[in-house]
Design a protein around this ligand. Structure first.
Ligand SMILES: [Zn+2]
Ligand SMILES: [Zn+2]
Ligand SMILES: [Zn+2]
Length: 271
């Protein structure tokens, strides 16, 4: 099953909406893998993670059919990951054909944010399922997702997700900061085939809320040490801010000797 990375930028996109800094100007000039939309992912045709301000552009660019989605998982309620207004277009009048019910998984802040934009979940033909950390969610067709606590958002519990299918495992880890203890304890019991992890700050140090390149390597090494990465596991970095300054090629030059790949919008992984 194909896991598509639909966006690889932090909140402001890259080039950032209003920013004329060198990293943004270079991205504008070079284009290609340096153009980064806000983060979202799709697994097959039925499962999607986060629905931010670039959802419409992602639908056009990557030929997506959101009407076929059955499960929409939210990592947290920050606006680069959740645009409630775009969900409101599921209402009658904006969609002229019948729509199957969409199950939305998220924390309380996600449900509150959506309910500020629409009268009810029923109005957007959705059912809200509060995310319970460390409990596998059955998403059908042999796919499960388990939400693991992240150290990211103030005033709400942010999650990363472990996807499992036929014995293969992918950890989608943004926005995360350094993993909290329960997440480490859970990961100790699992072996990953794919680790997709944020590198928001590039060469700058992260810690709480977000990671930089050196922390990515520390986390990868620790996962190896506790036996949670298969020998042939792929490690991929994503969720970059222009504040880090490193364009795609520079990120690749840093990570290639570590055996780590750098994500770009449209990159596909196989789960
Ligand atoms: Zn983010
Ligand atoms: Zn910039
Ligand atoms: Zn965030």
């Amino acid at each position: 099953m194909t896991f598509t990375i639909l966006g690889t930028a932090a909140a402001e996109g890259w080039p950032a909406l209003w920013c004329p800094c060198e990293a943004c100007e270079q991205a504008r000039a070079l284009g290609g893998k340096n153009i980064r939309r806000r983060s979202a992912y799709q697994l097959g045709e039925r499962i999607h993670v986060d629905f931010g301000p670039d959802s419409f552009a992602q639908m056009l660019t990557f030929g997506l059919h959101y009407e076929r989605l059955e499960h929409l998982l939210f990592t947290h309620s920050h606006q680069d990951h959740l645009s409630p207004q775009e969900l409101s277009y599921r209402r009658t009048g904006f969609v002229v054909e019948p729509l199957d019910t969409l199950t939305i998984h998220g924390n309380e802040a996600v449900s509150e944010s959506i309910l500020r934009a629409v009268d009810s979940m029923e109005a957007i033909r959705a059912r809200f399922e509060p995310t319970v950390p460390l409990e596998p969610m059955d998403l059908g067709e042999g796919v499960t997702a388990t939400a693991l606590p992240a150290d990211h958002a103030e005033g709400e519990e942010a999650f990363i997700h472990l996807f499992e299918r036929e014995g293969r495992r992918l950890l989608q880890a943004n926005d995360t900061g350094l993993f909290p203890d329960p997440t480490w304890a859970f990961l100790e019991t699992k072996q990953l085939d794919l680790l997709l992890i944020e590198c928001t700050y590039g060469p700058r140090d992260g810690g709480r809320h977000h990671l930089g390149a050196n922390q990515v390597i520390e986390v990868r090494d620790e996962l190896r040490k506790i036996g949670s990465l298969k020998a042939d596991a792929r490690v991929v970095v994503t969720h970059f801010s222009h504040n880090g300054g490193w364009l795609h090629e520079r990120l690749e030059a840093f990570f290639a000797p570590q055996g780590i790949e750098v994500a770009f919008d449209g990159m596909q992984l196989d789960l």
